[in-house]
Structures are given as structure tokens and as C-alpha cells.
Write a protein that binds this ligand. Structure first.
Ligand SMILES: [Zn+2]
Ligand SMILES: [Zn+2]
Length: 609
């Protein structure tokens, strides 16, 4: 447990008193041989002279993540200096198992709403959902300029338009690699990186307190498709300027070595396309335009036409194509409605559903509920994606079904048809080596990823006391040449259910969890309006509670309990008041638990006749 080790400067470095933040961000606390002293002492001198210049007026630099810490998803980081705030990314997370009926989770914007007048802009690193998906909710309440590379902005535009009213008039500013945007006392430089989507950027954020390098999602690909490799020379130059803080993604920190180039997937496609006897169906992430390009390239090589299926696939295709990011012959793309005009061996279909999403095109094809395409025995289906961890079941369910229909199914464990878009530990080491940050915050990962990344940073020379494992909402503060965690802001996820917003403890969600686990018992009691007495026996209906064999007996006994309860009503209050006072509900709940060890939701309806 390296984070728990008491080091010489642990208290002062972390600024963390025990229990100061119940959510528990911990600073790595270990004394260590520091990084090359010369680099840091030069930087310290610079910082000191800067501080002397504006000793009294020097504001605090704060970094506040509202998402992306100890979780994968809803990335949003606030950088604040005095009266200026900039926001990096504004993403969503997908709901967890304890959130039945929830569609997505977005960051809690309350700190930003309170400080709206300080916000100078939103800077987007790339167009994935976990980085731009919450923009429609953010832009409903906060109107600030949004900057991002061209594909990123095009995808943000589609997203904002998609949700219709309330998000009109957002000022979207497409930029290109290398551009520097001034924003209050910040300036933000967009640095080209490789990732599983085009136009991905790291950000060099310059502040009067020093430079911050925010990696965004990235990998190092020396032979990318439709684009250039990551701008390592620029990253090295930024590192040589001196970097106060690096915030770097941690997704693949557990994987040793280096990620494979996207180009490798193209070679695998070519091999598969050469052999496939009938139609080829490729399922992939719609946002991966490089994958899309490689499918087009392989299709053209083997004389096939390409049809696209799925709304998000078409959206991303049009966004990328309008920017000239895809190259293909004009007659290669055909409408899905025209695939019957061609022989099976002349067709490639690119579809959504690589994660086995229940409503996706691939799932519907597999279960024969797609209105245009039915899987046939000669079809080859390529799942060009790896299951998102924890999501293996749905995708294997689809794969099983595809095999049952006689298709040839190619998926990751059988062939090299997918590569990751995130840096492996070897690549992370290179970035640490080039940037040489004074402080380091690992981001974009579950706790174990952040922990591993902290170890890696330490191995690369960053002292433990300069490594901060933050929680969402923690305030990392740098002032007087020292960093600490100074407090926290609200940062629980906000759950989006249809058009409504709730929090995780909302009674509706609690009820859904109980309904899913223990079911429902509904009791209907008729009461004579004149006498106040119960008429006949109460009607009891149970759903999802217990099996029929036991049900009858329990219902009979419950009716007896209710009758007993009703018989005593005359002695005090009227029966209907007693029932409304929940005492009957409590009695039934206790009785049902006693008998079944389940706690169903008990709903009592009184009908006065
Ligand atoms: Zn990404
Ligand atoms: Zn991401």
C-alpha cells in the first residue's frame, strides 16, 4: 500500500487531515529519490521569481475533476486560476448495475453553475461519448464557447442538434492541431495525439503558475491510418519548457509494452476479405473512422460494395466524410436498401452493435429481428472491437446466436481484428519521460489503474509526495510553490432517466432495485363508507415475489392478518386512517419478511364504497 506509507512530508505535502474528505482521496506518501534535481531546481527558481513579482496578487491554481477519477467515464476536469475557469471535456458514463432504468450518468454541474461567470470555455480532447456526451445537458444551462478539433466539433454539433430545443446557439469553434487559444489567464494549445478516433488532442494548458499537460486519451501510433503520428517532438518541447503538472490517462497502464498500430487491423481485414465466401458484416465502434476507412480499403481491394447500418454509424460517417477524412471511390458506398442488387460476395456491411447492445443492428440481425438483413449461413461476421470490461455476456450471447445461424464469426480472441486506442505502459513511460512533470495526477481509470499509474510515475522519478490520486470533486490546489488537496466540491454522478435527472439515492431508484430483487405485493381493501368496516376479504396480488406453490398460503395468512388488524380498528381511529398511517403496511412487511425472508414493496389501496 504505497499510498499509506508515512513519509517525512506526508502531511504537509498532501494538506490532508484525517477525515477531511470522507470520499477519501489519498496522496501518495513516500520519500524517494527525486527526479533529476537540475530540472526541478530550475523550475523552482522560475516559480520563485514569478511569485516574488506578484506576491500578493498571485491567485491559486486549482484542478477539480468532476468525473473520470476511479471510474471509466464522464470525464470533465476544471482548471481554475483566480477569476478564470476552463473546462476540459464534458462526457457521460454508462449506468452501473445498481442503477436500473437509468440511461446515462453525467457529471454534477453545480460547482460550474455557481461559478458560471468565471468560465472562459470548454476544451474538448476528442469526440468519444465519455468526453463529449454530456454537452447537451451542460449547454442547456451554461453558454460558453466550445473549442475542439474539427471532427470533435462536428460530432458535438450532431449531438447538440440531436436533442432539439434548449441547446441552440452554442458557439462551437473548430480548431486544428497546434492552435493556441487564449482563455482568460489561461492559454490552451492543442497537441496532436493518436487514438481510436480522428482529431484527438492532448492539451498544453499554460497558466501564470506553470504549464499543465493534459494527455486526453491517446496512444502512440507510428503508422496511423489517414493521419499523422502523435506529435512527439512538440510534446518533448513542452516538457523542456518545464511542466508543473501532468494529468494523464491510465486506461491501459496494466498492459506491458506497446499497443499495436491501427494499420495491423487493415492487414487482418485484407486476409479475411480475401477468403470470405459470402457477405461480410463488420461490427465496430461507430466513432472509429480509421477502422471504417480500413474496411472501405479492403472492400475496394476485393471488389466489394459497402453499406452502413445504424444511426450513429451514418452520423459519424457523414461527419468524417464532410471533412474529407475518408477516402474511397464514389461508387463504393451503397444504400442498405440496395444490397439485394448485388451478389453476396460483393457486399460488406458495417454495423453498430460490437458490444452486443440489445437494440443495436447486429443484435437484431443475430436474433432475426432486423427489418433489412438476416444472417445467412455463408456470411462472415467480424466483431472488430473488444468487449468493454464487464460487458462480455451480451456480446457472447450475440456471437452464440450468429454461430447458430451458420455464420463464420471472427472475434478478437481468434484474430487480430481490433487494437486498443489507449497507451500501454511502455507508451506512458515515454510520455512521462518527455514531459517530466513536477506534479502528477493519474486520470481516466478505476482506482487500480490510477494506483498502477502512480507507481509507474514514481518509478519514472516523480516523488511520491508530488503524486495525487484524486477522487471526483477533490480540489487540487497549487499556491506558494506547494500543492495540496484543499477540499472538495459536489461530484456525485447525476443519473439521467428519460428526460429527468435523479441521484443514486432517489426513492424511484431504490424502489426499482427492490422491485428487481424482491417484487411487489399489492393489497386492495374495500371499506364501507357508512360503517367504516372492511367489506369482504382484501384482494392481494403479488408480482415477482414468491413462487405460486407458496403464494396461496402466504396470501391466505396475510388476509387473516389484515382481518385481525381491521377488527381492532373500531377500538380507536377509523380503519381508513389506520391504513393511511402505514401501520398496516409495516405489519405486512414484517409478516412477509418473517415468512419469506424477502422485502417486497407493499402497496395498499383503499376503496371506500
Ligand atoms: Zn477516447
Ligand atoms: Zn475516454
Amino acid at each position: 500500500m504505497p499510498n499509506q506509507t508515512t513519509g517525512k512530508n506526508s502531511r504537509s505535502a498532501s494538506g490532508r487531515q484525517k477525515g477531511s474528505n470522507a470520499t477519501g482521496a489519498v496522496v501518495a506518501q513516500k520519500k524517494t529519490a527525486g527526479r533529476s534535481k537540475s530540472t526541478h531546481s530550475t523550475k523552482t527558481k522560475q516559480n520563485k521569481s514569478k511569485k516574488a513579482a506578484d506576491q500578493n496578487s498571485s491567485p491559486l491554481l486549482r484542478v477539480i475533476p468532476l468525473g473520470g477519477m476511479r471510474e471509466i467515464g464522464k470525464n470533465l476536469t476544471i482548471y481554475e486560476y483566480g477569476d478564470d475557469i476552463i473546462i476540459v471535456d464534458c462526457g457521460i458514463a454508462f449506468p452501473e448495475e445498481n442503477m436500473p432504468g437509468i440511461d446515462i450518468v453525467i457529471p454534477d454541474f453545480s460547482y460550474l453553475l455557481e461559478n458560471q461567470d468565471k468560465i472562459r470555455g470548454v476544451f474538448l480532447t476528442h469526440g468519444h461519448e465519455d468526453h463529449i456526451g454530456a454537452l447537451p445537458y451542460f449547454c442547456r444551462d451554461i453558454n460558453v464557447p466550445i473549442f475542439g478539433n474539427r471532427l470533435t466539433i462536428e460530432l458535438a454539433r450532431i449531438k447538440l442538434n440531436d436533442r432539439g430545443t434548449g441547446v441552440k446557439g452554442v458557439s462551437l469553434h473548430p480548431i486544428t492541431d497546434g492552435v493556441v487559444i487564449p482563455a482568460g489567464r489561461f492559454s490552451v494549445e492543442f497537441v496532436r495525439v493518436n487514438h481510436s478516433i480522428g482529431d484527438a488532442n492532448a492539451l498544453a494548458i499554460r497558466t501564470p503558475a506553470g504549464t499543465i499537460f493534459h494527455s486526453g486519451d491517446f496512444k502512440i501510433d507510428y503508422t496511423p491510418v489517414n493521419g499523422e503520428p502523435i506529435d512527439l517532438s512538440r510534446i518533448a518541447a513542452i516538457g523542456n519548457e518545464g511542466v508543473l503538472l501532468m494529468v494523464c490517462e491510465s486506461t491501459n497502464v496494466e498492459r506491458p509494452g506497446y499497443s499495436t498500430s491501427e494499420r495491423k487491423v487493415g492487414e487482418s481485414f485484407a486476409d479475411l476479405f480475401a477468403k470470405a465466401p459470402g457477405r461480410i458484416v463488420v461490427a465496430t465502434f461507430s466513432s472509429n473512422i480509421f477502422r471504417m476507412q480500413q474496411i472501405f480499403t479492403a472492400a475496394e481491394k476485393y471488389g466489394r460494395k459497402v453499406a452502413l447500418v445504424g444511426r450513429s454509424m451514418l452520423n459519424v460517417f457523414h461527419a468524417a466524410d464532410s471533412l474529407g477524412y475518408l477516402s474511397m471511390r464514389s461508387d463504393t458506398l451503397i444504400d442498405i436498401n440496395h444490397i439485394d442488387h448485388y451478389d453476396a460476395e460483393e457486399i460488406v456491411i458495417i454495423t453498430t452493435g460490437s458490444q452486443g447492445e440489445p437494440m443495436s443492428a447486429l443484435t437484431r440481425m443475430a436474433f432475426a429481428s432486423h427489418k433489412r438483413i438476416e444472417i445467412q449461413p455463408e456470411d462472415t461476421v467480424i466483431i472488430s472491437a473488444s468487449p468493454i470490461p464487464g460487458n462480455e455476456k451480451p456480446i457472447y450471447r450475440v456471437i452464440n446466436e450468429l454461430f447458430k445461424r451458420g455464420a463464420h464469426v471472427i472475434y478478437e480472441s481468434l484474430s487480430e481484428i481490433h487494437v486498443s486506442g489507449h497507451a500501454y505502459s511502455g507508451e506512458l513511460r515515454l510520455i512521462h519521460n518527455l514531459i517530466k512533470p513536477r506534479y502528477f495526477i493519474p486520470s481516466h481509470g478505476e482506482y487500480r489503474h490510477l494506483h498502477k499509474h502512480a507507481e509507474l510515475a514514481h518509478e519514472m522519478g516523480t516523488p511520491w509526495e508530488n503524486i495525487f490520486l484524486l477522487n471526483n470533486g477533490d480540489i487540487f490546489e497549487f499556491a506558494s510553490d506547494r500543492a495540496k488537496i484543499s477540499g472538495f466540491v459536489p461530484a456525485g454522478g447525476v443519473l439521467i432517466d428519460g428526460s429527468g435527472m435523479v441521484d443514486i439515492d432517489h426513492p424511484v431508484l431504490r424502489d426499482r432495485r427492490v422491485l428487481a430483487e424482491d417484487g411487489l405485493v399489492a393489497v386492495f381493501i374495500a371499506i364501507d363508507r357508512k360503517t367504516g368496516q372492511m367489506i369482504g376479504e382484501p384482494d392481494i396480488q403479488a408480482r415477482g415475489f414468491i413462487y405460486e406453490s407458496e403464494q396461496e398460503r402466504i396470501i391466505k395468512d396475510s388476509q387473516k392478518r389484515i382481518a385481525h388488524f381491521a377488527s381492532k380498528a373500531g377500538e380507536g381511529k377509523p380503519l381508513s386512517d389506520l391504513i393511511k398511517s402505514r401501520s398496516l403496511q409495516n405489519l405486512l412487511q414484517d409478516f412477509l419478511f418473517e415468512r419469506t425472508h424477502r422485502r417486497p414493496i407493499v402497496v395498499i389501496s383503499v376503496i371506500e364504497i
